[in-house]
Ligand binder design. Structure first.
Ligand code: GLN
Length: 541
């Protein structure tokens, strides 16, 4: 029986490519077919680039053939190829690919063509990865549910009536639904880890400065980081390895070396788990927030018990300024966003509403009024207010000071010898469309457990940790700056420990329903739920 290539992990695909049992073209065709078939039901992709992907796949196959010819017995040449060579990857649609669309989920960038490749796109081209297309996202990466995309919401492949999380919801849903084994997202306050948790996959936000942001549409520049999604730790580590490292074009990208061990995480589950012996984990009490779903908390505590059984020490710790994370984030992020978004003026980028009469200000107002969605406007207003003369000290400056206190909490815990923190990624599982859109603060609270990590610039990873009412729960591991390799080892250990669990490696429960090319779209589902909610027939959850 022919194997379903889309069910494989990237490192399994890489092995098949090297043994000659499959080709990048076959892998790419298989993934394109599922993505094209399911995009009606999921809306995970804003662009599926069949032609471009197949061209890259053929080039990857040609290099494999050349490597096989030129190496000793074919081995040396093939061994030099990066594990991502010939593997399909999805890119969040705020990553510039020369000549291609880059909407950032906004109407204001409709029709815009990126004039150059982002740094990470250059890096992925250099290792021979195949770009399947651009994934859906909340407008300008503002959101926690992907309901703020100007191009419609995305469904979660575990339950098509629920959100995949945001803002990188398309990237997460595409990986969970086997459209690609790997994708990239950005995380400003949780936008990689939260959707990874809600979709039951692995997602990492690296240390601030680990990956160059050159060619990425900016949201909040002191918080934004690019990072990988995958269905296991090894694949995510390999993708980080491909894109990380210093780039002179982003002055905040750090000259810190990228460990090659990222490509050599333990293959055996037992060996991976044995790494945990003697490690010290901290359980921050402030992360078990009021209003947290009790069943999600149970899954997290079960995860902690797994770590202890494997010989790790888990201690209660305190990060006393956690409570201020949300308030400071919603000063700093909108302030930076209001500055970054000033460039969308209708003159230089995308949408332009030139009115009759040549009134520049009227053109500007019309372009921005029509081009930006409500959430983006809300952020611009919050940010402009916080930065205005007279309020700057009271809000922005104060928030920056509190940010230092938040960072200090983490520094102290790690200085006391704790290797990593264990916490929930999200206080709830995936919620239904519409459940949080009426109340911005309820939406903002989705990221209470992830925001402080961005405020401190630290790396964090979300890994699958069981199901609650049939929906995935994510466990978050947080480490000191530049500890990505350690976090991946811990994540890989957790995978090893839980490999026999019923939920481990389980495909999303609504994959079959996602094949329905004539059924409701995510927008239809959201509208139907809104109608029911208006009639008070279903309580939002
Ligand atoms: N949900 C948060 C926000 O809307 C974080 C988004 C992100 O990480 N890009 O700002």
């Amino acid at each position: 029986m022919a194997i379903d290539l889309t069910s494989l992990l990237a490192h399994e695909m890489a092995a098949l490519l090297r043994s000659g049992s499959t080709s990048s073209r076959a892998l790419t065709e298989a993934h394109l077919a599922v993505a094209e078939r399911q995009n009606h039901a999921l809306n995970a992709w804003l662009l599926i680039d069949r032609e471009g992907a197949l061209r890259q796949a053929d080039a990857a196959d040609a290099r494999i053939a050349a490597a096989r010819r030129d190496g000793l017995d074919g081995v040396a040449g093939l061994a030099a190829l990066h594990p991502l060579h010939g593997i399909p990857v999805g890119l969040k649609d705020l990553i510039s690919v020369e000549g291609g669309q880059c909407t950032a989920g906004s109407r204001i960038l409709a029709g815009y063509r990126a004039p150059y490749d982002a740094h990470i796109v250059e890096r992925l081209r250099a290792v021979g990865a195949v770009f399947l297309g651009k994934t859906n996202m909340d407008e300008f990466a503002m959101g926690s549910s992907n309901e703020y995309s100007a191009y419609g919401p995305v469904s979660n492949p575990w339950d098509l009536d629920t959100v995949p999380g945001g803002s990188s919801g398309g990237s997460a849903a595409a990986v969970a639904a086997h459209h690609v084994p790997l994708s990239l997202g950005t995380d400003t306050g949780g936008s990689i880890r939260q959707p990874a948790a809600l979709c039951g996959i692995v997602g990492m936000k690296p240390t601030y400065g680990r990956v160059s942001r050159y060619g990425i549409v900016a949201f909040a520049s002191s918080l934004d980081q690019i990072g990988p999604f995958a269905r296991d730790a090894r694949d995510a580590a390999a993708l980080l390895h491909a894109v990380a490292g210093r780039d002179a074009r982003d002055s905040t990208s750090a000259p810190v070396s990228v460990p090659d061990e990222l490509l050599h995480l333990a293959a055996s589950d037992d060996e991976a788990a044995s790494w945990l012996r003697g490690k010290r984990f901290g359980l921050p009490r402030e992360y078990f927030v009021a209003g947290m779903d009790p069943d999600v908390e149970r899954r997290i505590r079960e995860g902690v018990a797994f770590l202890e059984d494997a010989g790790a020490r888990v201690e209660d710790v305190s990060l006393p300024h956690t409570d201020y994370g949300l308030a400071t984030y919603y000063i700093v992020a909108p302030a930076e966003a209001s500055a970054n978004l000033a460039r969308y003026d209708g003159v230089r980028y995308g949408l332009s509403r030139r009115l009759e009469g040549g009134d520049f200000i009227a053109d500007y107002l019309a372009t921005r009024g029509e081009g930006f969605g409500a959430e983006v406007k809300r952020r611009i207003m919050l940010g402009t207010y916080a930065l205005s003369a007279g309020y700057y000290d009271a809000f922005y400056l104060k928030a920056q000071k509190v940010r230092t206190l938040i960072k200090r909490d983490f520094d102290e815990v790690f200085a006391s010898g704790i290797d990593a923190l264990v916490a929930p990624t999200s206080p709830s599982v995936a919620f239904r469309f519409g459940a949080r859109t009426a109340d911005p603060v309820a939406m903002y609270l989705s990221d209470a457990c992830t925001l402080p990590v961005n405020m401190a610039g630290l790396p964090g990873i979300s890994i699958p940790c069981g199901l609650s009412e049939g929906l995935p729960v994510g466990l978050q591991l947080i480490g000191p700056a530049w500890s990505e390799l350690m976090l991946f080892r811990a994540a890989r250990a957790f995978e090893g420990l839980t490999a026999a669990a019923s939920w481990s490696g389980m495909p999303p429960t609504h994959l079959a329903a996602s094949n329905d090319g004539a059924g409701p779209t995510p927008a239809d589902r959201a509208a139907a739920l809104a109608t029911l909610a208006a009639a008070a027939l279903v309580a939002p959850r």
